[in-house]
Design a protein around this ligand. Structure first.
Ligand code: PMP
Length: 449
């Protein structure tokens, strides 16, 4: 009764994100009653493993005792205070710790309250830096094809997934898009590294040609998550760092999705041994509890804004909830869990488990690619294994897997024809097996004809 009532009231009043609401004529709406660890439970007592960490935010399970109690403790002191002119212990501690664990040259933290806003901050800061140092002709950005950086107008401009972007094109900034080094497209026999190096020539050319008008290159290091979990070799990032230095262009690393251990290291940039000029973090920053984001940058950038007020060089950007203390408390508890439970090391056995469980898909006639970076594993359904020709998007094959999953204890939310696992790190080997079993049967159904 309760469940039916909620579903009806929901559909009468809530407009859901990233959803064609008419789909709910045939797709169930699932109100959640409680959640613990990797498990979500609805009002009818059905349970679902949150295989996608509730849109890649949750790291240490739902209702995590340590994070919940850190938030409660902060709540007992106070809930929020503006961050202009005023400060608080949680934001100071968090900034110090983030500076310590991120790549070496990052030494200042600027906060916002969601990933897209962090990208906006990095974009504006980079542009403003060049203006402050007397290079106002630098007004453009370079991105990679198939990239995703958020939904607000600036962030959407920097992305390249047409499903989200195309309709808004007349509203967007003009960007220079360079072909992605996405390993899926490499030639047979070509290694991921060889392909990344080969594809870098396009970036080098764009930088050479446009360096005088370009503020920054923005990338999602190692995995283009919303772009169907496409992955590329770390050598591309190493080359990119060198080229950005050479052509005097900033490098923005959008680690909003891949940060905090998702790719096997704390930050994906570590695998390329690079330090970006801006690093955007959100999602896992609070363990999946509260909306908070941060842009880390260098002293060098900071100093270009630091001057007498009259010179009007300050970064006059603000969000009401900048550096929210409850979010910062959740983030501090999250970082504490990473350290005290040695998570990056502990995840290695889970990563291996996913890789072994997914070996079963190698010979499947309609699986064109199985790829993995750390705690992200993706399986791409194709019409033709030999040519990797994809199924027409209109057939919505992935949706069949989603529907099957819902009936069999798994929240799998494919991206088009790509089924992927990106679960909270508290998942067990048995739960991984259950997930992959469900995905396998769902894939059988979805590829039947
Ligand atoms: N950048 C990347 C790489 C992302 O994956 C996302 C969210 N999926 C964003 C930016 C935007 O973050 P938010 O949804 O919090 O605005």
């Amino acid at each position: 009764m309760k469940s039916e009532d909620l579903k009806q009231r929901d559909l009468a009043s809530v407009w859901h994100p990233c959803t064609q609401m008419k789909d709910h004529k045939f797709l169930p709406m699932v109100p959640i009653k409680k959640a613990q660890g990797v498990w979500l439970e609805d009002f009818d007592g059905n349970r679902y493993i949150d295989a996608i960490s509730s849109w890649w935010v949750n790291l240490f399970g739902h209702s995590n005792e340590k994070i919940s109690s850190a938030i409660k403790q902060q709540l007992d002191c106070f809930e929020h205070v503006l961050l202009a002119g005023f400060s608080h212990e949680a934001v100071i501690n968090l900034s110090e710790q983030l500076i310590e664990i991120t790549p070496a040259s990052l030494s200042k933290c600027f906060y916002a309250d969601n990933g897209s806003s962090a990208v906006e901050v990095a974009l504006k800061m980079s542009f403003h830096y060049w203006k402050n140092i007397g290079q106002p002709k630098k007004t453009k950005f370079i991105n990679l094809s198939n990239s995703y950086h958020g939904e607000t107008i600036g962030a959407l401009s920097l992305g390249d997934v047409s499903l989200y972007k195309e309709v808004y094109e007349p509203l967007l900034l003009d960007v220079i898009t360079v072909p992605s080094p996405d390993s899926f497209n490499r030639e047979i026999g070509e290694s991921e590294r060889e392909y990344a190096v080969r594809m870098f020539a396009h970036m080098e050319e764009a930088l050479q040609q446009h360096k005088d008008e370009v503020c920054a290159v923005i990338v999602e290091p190692l995995v283009q998550c919303a772009g169907n979990m496409r992955m590329y070799d770390s050598s591309y990032l190493t080359l990119l760092r060198m080229a950005c230095d050479k052509y005097e262009v900033h490098l923005i690393a959008d680690e909003i999705a891949v940060g905090f251990g998702r790719t096997g290291t704390m930050f994906a940039c570590e695998q390329a041994g690079i330090s970006p000029d801006f690093m955007c973090l959100s999602k896992g920053l609070t363990g999946g509890y509260l909306p908070l984001s941060v842009v880390l940058t260098t002293d060098h950038v900071y100093e270009a804004f630091y001057d007498d007020y009259e010179n009007l060089t300050a970064f006059m950007h603000s969000h009401s909830y900048t550096g929210n203390p409850l979010g910062c408390a959740a983030a501090l508890a999250t970082l504490d869990i990473f350290k005290s439970e040695n998570i990056i090391e502990a995840n290695k056995s889970l990563i291996k488990e996913f890789s072994q469980q997914c070996e079963r898909f190698c010979d499947h006639p309609n699986i064109g690619d199985i790829r993995q970076r750390g705690m992200i594993t993706a399986i791409e359904l194709v019409k033709d294994k030999a040519t990797k020709e994809s199924y027409p998007w209109q057939q919505r094959r992935g949706l069949e897997v989603y529907k099957y999953g819902l009936k069999h204890k798994a929240l799998l939310r494919p991206l088009g024809n790509v089924i992927y696992f990106m679960p909270p790190y508290v998942i067990t080997a048995e739960e991984i097996q259950l997930l992959v079993d469900v995905a396998e049967r769902g894939i059988e159904l979805a590829t039947k004809d």
